[in-house]
Design a protein around this ligand. Structure first.
Ligand code: SF4
Length: 88
């Protein structure tokens, strides 16, 4: 097994985070400061509210790419809630 794929994967994660962080230096997303986005447990109603908020976010594509690349396991990202069980 080569270490190269892991290095490329790490680089992809870094690139996705760098792009998101660069965008967030110019823009405060609508989830900023909303504790619901980092809650461990959310109701269906909470999920619907977060999805609606993400729907008007200007960096949702970058947010989704960063969450996907990093394989996040918690929080609400780009219209989806993540947990150890996966994405909903
Ligand atoms: S898309 Fe990401 S940055 Fe934008 S509001 Fe949703 S969670 Fe926040």
């Amino acid at each position: 097994m080569s270490a190269q794929p892991k290095a490329e994967a790490t680089e992809a994660v870094d690139d996705a985070w760098d792009e998101l962080n660069a965008a967030l230096r110019e823009y405060a997303p609508p989830c900023d400061g909303d504790a619901l986005f980092t809650a461990d447990r959310v109701s269906a109603e909470d999920r619907a509210r977060c999805t609606s908020i993400c729907g008007r976010c200007l960096v949702s594509d970058l947010c989704d790419a960063a969450a996907t690349a990093a394989k996040v396991t918690s929080g609400f990202w780009a219209g989806h809630h993540y947990s150890e069980k996966g994405r909903k």
